[in-house]
Design a protein around this ligand. Sequence first.
Ligand SMILES: NC(=O)c1ccc[n+]([C@@H]2O[C@H](COP(=O)([O-])OP(=O)(O)OC[C@H]3O[C@@H](n4cnc5c(N)ncnc54)[C@H](O)[C@@H]3O)[C@@H](O)[C@H]2O)c1
Ligand SMILES: [Zn+2]
Length: 361
Amino acid sequence: MLAALNTISTTNYSIQIGDESLDKLSVFLKKNNFSNIFILVDENSLKDCLPILVSRVQKLSSAEIIELESGEKNKTIEVCLNVWRALGELGADRHSLLINLGGGVITDIGGFIASTYKRGIAFVNIPTTLLAQIDAAIGGKTGVDLDGLKNEVGVFENPKEVFIFSSFLRTLPRREMLSGFAEALKHGLIAELSYWEKLKTINIADDVSWNEVILTSIRIKSEIVQGDPFEAGRRKALNFGHTIGHAMESYFLEAGEVTLLHGEAVVAGMICEAWLSNQLVGLAKNELDEIARTLLNIYGHIQLDSVADHRLIELMRRDKKNDSGVIYFTLLEAIGKPVINKSVVAADIIEALNYYRSIAQ
Ligand SMILES: NC(=O)c1ccc[n+]([C@@H]2O[C@H](COP(=O)([O-])OP(=O)(O)OC[C@H]3O[C@@H](n4cnc5c(N)ncnc54)[C@H](O)[C@@H]3O)[C@@H](O)[C@H]2O)c1
Ligand SMILES: [Zn+2]
């Protein structure tokens, strides 16, 4: 049985996890005398999460609410302009606080807006999706997409504190839960075989102890980030599945017909990159089969026509993770053992995409 409050402290800030995490927010607000408090939401976190938050943290009943339209397509600089202007009109000064209440889109864009408004005001994250609770809201990466390229403009800036209240997940649609679960699976694959084994036994429709999953994932991510906050080396392990995954996410975003969630794209990316791992760095065939089978069983298969390949490679070349047109990957020598900075030629990437197509059930 987990405690009602667990705290993970990083060098710069604390992450409060559990049923009593929002009480810690009250303490935080009392301790810091902010001139104004703004809460950034989208229409879903406004409807499903804000009433719970305000009922638990009385002081927030007088906060100004700024509402954005939900969705990745709104993680743009144009939306930032509107929020910077709204903050100005509502009288935000350098001693104001921005509370980001929502999924990864809200924590990414809200963190960026706060870090740049008047050269930086304080912000805290209250993530309300599984993906944001185990991943996006921690680690200090903030930003927006530009011309379809993911997270092309942004800064590293830490929140003052993060408050994780897993009961917010009760209203999260199943597809969004699965999208977040993909990042937990990634944490197992890159860092801890026993965590991967445990996650494989979880059916998200059951009564899952999410606080336990959240704690383990955050422990793994924050240990990696602490050692390499600006992604000079080790932090790149977290990019497993994301070189191909981000390209797929951008591709589907620009095609605009089918929506592909971040975690769904990362799952397809992890299957392709596990195949590359088997070909290039010695991931055992039985581990490749196990990864592909487990992920396909949970997530099914995404229809990806080979006409997409050229554009996908182009998107990978333009990704900020890559230099001078060379495409770098984080691969796996074994489950739990990542290898960073592996350059892979386009022909092999296309073979990996063909492998993905070949395993459609
Ligand atoms: N900064 C990082 O380190 C990092 C890491 C991973 C992902 N990300 C980013 O995170 C984003 C994806 O985040 P996401 O999956 O949370 O997406 P999201 O913010 O779009 O949220 C998903 C959907 O769930 C809704 N929602 C949020 N909370 C809810 C709740 N409690 N109940 C009901 N509905 C709710 C939202 O309105 C939205 O429709 C991507 O932009 C990705 O690039 C960032
Ligand atoms: Zn991700």
